[in-house]
Write a protein that binds this ligand. Structure first.
Ligand SMILES: C[S@@+](CC[C@H](N)C(=O)[O-])C[C@H]1O[C@@H](n2cnc3c(N)ncnc32)[C@H](O)[C@@H]1O
Length: 316
């Protein structure tokens, strides 16, 4: 495995997020602090809109439930700015929440540096205990770990203050797909067994077998970062089985066309569709059909049922 190429995807994602947010797909005052601006194709901007907003809406729903303490664990967080946006724009949602980001030391090191460099981010984090590669503050931690090493992940989450008895949401946005199932499955199994109340949101590529899927897998592979688990979980039904096998009793897996047309709020989506000239609809549908959003929920508690209900709610 070429870890350097996988780590480079953190900057790609940050750059795409900056492009889409700069064009008005969502508001992110922090994106430019973690990347430099290169305008992406409308197809990419719209895809990132669907990705970021759907995950954000789920996260808001989880944080907005009236249980007391909550935890969010972001696997392979890269240069993502969701925490900083929440902290400044929706601080009430982070009350009693511990938000932990994890990534390779190489990536957390650059995030620590950027967090120190930008006053707005440093203010957002507040008083912090930090070294070159990690940070710990009230309600937030950035931890360095290779997610393939379960014992290190467990140790770092303990260091960050994670308590398995507290309701926890785990997020993997284009991360687990870069790991072989022999590494990702024990991690998912552990969340499913050790955590009392746990939900996992996964966004990643699917359908490698048709012509578009084959080209997608080849193109990503040419960049040196194979999609190591796509052949183990090629279809939405396989994603379903993957999480059900780890003790997640309620699993939804939708492709991103379904998420875009049936889940994102209609008025908002229509408004975003006017942001750029768009003549790539067919290609967009093809692309979005090869990405999915999984919501896997361990218990049918009211907290987690509300996350699942989000799929039925079109007007959050
Ligand atoms: C495509 S980027 C996504 C970053 C972020 N989730 C986002 O959407 O902006 C994938 C991230 O997963 C991280 N990653 C992949 N495999 C990992 C592993 N074994 N251990 C730690 N981080 C990993 C990479 O370093 C990278 O930051």
């Amino acid at each position: 495995m070429n870890d350097a190429s996988v780590q480079a995807t953190a900057s790609d994602a940050a750059s795409c997020k900056l492009s889409a947010s700069r064009l008005g797909y969502w508001i992110d005052p922090f994106a430019s602090m973690f990347s430099s601006f290169h305008r992406k194709m409308p197809l990419i901007n719209r895809g990132y809109y669907a990705r970021v907003r759907s995950i954000e809406l789920l996260l808001h729903r989880f944080l907005g439930t009236n249980s007391n303490a909550k935890q969010v664990i972001v696997l392979g967080a890269g240069q993502d700015t969701m925490f900083f946006r929440l902290k400044t724009m929706h601080p009430e949602l982070l009350k009693d929440t511990l938000y932990v980001e994890m990534d390779f030391p190489m990536i957390t090191k650059s995030k620590v540096r950027l967090c120190r460099r930008h006053k707005a981010v440093a203010e957002c984090i507040g008083e912090v205990e930090t070294n070159e590669i990690e940070m710990k503050a009230q309600g937030y931690a950035l931890a360095a770990a290779d997610l393939r090493e379960l014992s290190t992940v467990q140790e770092k989450l303990t260091w960050a203050g994670i308590d398995p008895t507290i309701p926890t949401l785990v997020l993997s946005e284009c991360v687990l797909c870069y790991m072989e199932p022999e590494y990702s499955q024990p991690l998912i199994d552990w969340f499913g067994s050790a955590f009392t109340d746990c939900a996992i949101i996964v966004y990643e590529q699917i359908r490698p077998h048709d012509a578009f899927g084959q080209t997608m897998v080849e193109n990503i592979s040419l960049r040196g970062c194979d999609l190591k688990s796509i052949h183990a979980y090629p279809e939405p039904e396989d994603q379903h089985k993957r999480f059900a096998a780890s003790g997640f009793g309620h699993v939804e897996c939708w492709d991103m066309n379904r998420v875009y047309y049936e889940y994102l709020p209609l008025d908002e989506r229509r408004q975003k569709e006017h942001l750029e000239l768009f003549d790539e609809l067919e290609e967009y549908h093809m692309l979005q059909g090869h990405y999915c959003l999984v919501v896997a929920v361990k218990n049918a508690t009211s907290l987690y049922m509300s996350a699942l209900e989000l799929y039925q709610s079109k007007d959050d």
